[in-house]
Design a protein around this ligand. Structure first.
Ligand SMILES: [Zn+2]
Length: 70
């Protein structure tokens, strides 16, 4: 099974994000919360966890990994 990953807001897990500055790949804006900054790539399950945690406790469980290990 292929796990699809997609970009979401690390704060609320929303896919409703916009790339606001074309020259700066790290600046995204979330339309569902006030987040701006780097976004993360997650699969559906992780997205659900982030959304649940954000809705129920207001906690941010994801972390933005700025240096990716390749
Ligand atoms: Zn958000």
């Amino acid at each position: 099974m292929i796990i699809m990953k997609f970009k979401v807001c690390p704060q609320c897990g929303s896919e409703n994000i916009e790339w606001i500055i074309p020259q700066n790949w790290s600046q995204w804006s979330c339309n569902d919360c006030s987040y701006t900054g780097l976004v993360i790539e997650v699969d559906k399950d992780t997205q659900k966890e982030i959304q649940k945690e954000w809705k129920e406790t207001g906690r941010i469980i994801s972390s933005v990994d700025e240096d990716e290990d390749k």
